[in-house]
Design a protein around this ligand. Structure first.
Ligand SMILES: [Zn+2]
Length: 301
């Protein structure tokens, strides 16, 4: 048994995960974006509840929506401001008196889908997370591909947004949380769809309203989503020509739209060299449990 947590920009899930990958006693709270003490309190409370079940040295394992610098342990998280720049593992260990291990959420997601989910049996897996922003993780021959800088698989950064084919008015370069302009991250996930919709139509809607309107064939939402699919599929097709993943599991909030997953797959395969005949981009099999399960698996290596 192990305490595992999935820390996202909107919610923190904390649960006990068994060696047989059962998720037990899962509790969900809103992420205390700006409040470190409240963040620690969530973990203190979980430890108080579950600690007696666990060996004293059992680690707390966290899947985090952010990057972890391998040398300093410092977190880069544009969305969870109380963690940004903090050596999170060290500070949380001091508060809990247990080892704390932290991995990037997309890395945890792809590991879980490869070992337990939709990508089982595949040797080349690129997992993408379309949540608040764009994340990615790579599993090659069953092992996570990581880098000391903590940015392996992060396909959302570096200026990639150029004039899209279907762009009615030339998408501008938006500024990204990483400091650059024009990153895929600025248009490629939930905040990005909202940004594109505001830019094209001057309307402030949340991403689920926009994808919902798209499902009902609303013309403005259709225009936004055509531009979205054009930009994201171009970047993803280039990446998949470079690394021929045999499956691309999609997680994050946007993966809840089956139409989005299906159309992204169709657009990407249209634009790849020698695309596979069968779908390549597929929805998650583990759903909201992938982060917790991946956190457990990441500790085992
Ligand atoms: Zn960026």
């Amino acid at each position: 048994l192990q305490i595992c947590a999935d820390v996202g920009g909107s919610f923190v899930d904390i649960a006990i995960v068994s060696d047989e990958a059962e998720v037990l006693h899962r509790a969900r709270s809103p992420t205390p974006i700006d409040d470190w003490d409240a963040f620690v309190a969530l973990f203190r409370e979980a430890q108080g509840r579950h600690g007696p079940l666990l060996p004293a040295a059992a680690a707390v394992s966290i899947s985090l929506a952010g990057l972890i610098d391998g040398a300093t342990g410092a977190i880069i998280s544009a969305n969870i401001r109380c963690l940004h720049g903090r050596a999170l593992a060290r500070d949380l260990e001091a508060a809990l008196g247990r080892p704390v291990l932290i991995n990037n959420d997309a890395d945890c997601f792809v590991l879980a889908e490869t070992r337990l989910g939709v990508a089982r049996g595949h040797t080349r897996v690129f997992g993408i997370v379309l949540g608040t922003g764009v994340g990615g993780g790579l599993v090659h021959d069953g092992r996570l591909v990581t880098s000391p800088e903590g940015v392996g698989g992060e396909w959302g950064h570096g200026p990639v947004v150029t004039k899209a084919r279907n762009d009615p008015a030339e998408t501008p370069y938006f500024q990204c949380g990483c400091g650059q302009w024009g990153c895929l991250d600025t248009v490629g996930a939930a905040r990005g769809i909202e940004r594109l919709h505001r830019y094209l139509h001057g309307l402030d809607l949340d991403s689920s309203s926009i994808t919902g309107a798209w499902e009902r064939d609303d013309p403005q939402a259709a225009e936004t989503m055509a531009l979205y699919l054009d930009i994201v599929s171009g970047a993803l097709a280039a990446l998949l020509n470079t690394y021929r993943a045999s499956i691309v599991p999609v997680g994050g909030g946007l993966a809840g739209s089956r139409r989005l997953v299906r159309e992204l797959d169709a657009h990407v395969r249209q634009r790849m060299l020698r695309p596979p005949a069968a779908p390549l981009i597929v929805g998650t099999a583990l759903g909201g449990r992938a982060g917790l399960l991946g956190a457990m698996l990441a500790v085992r290596g």
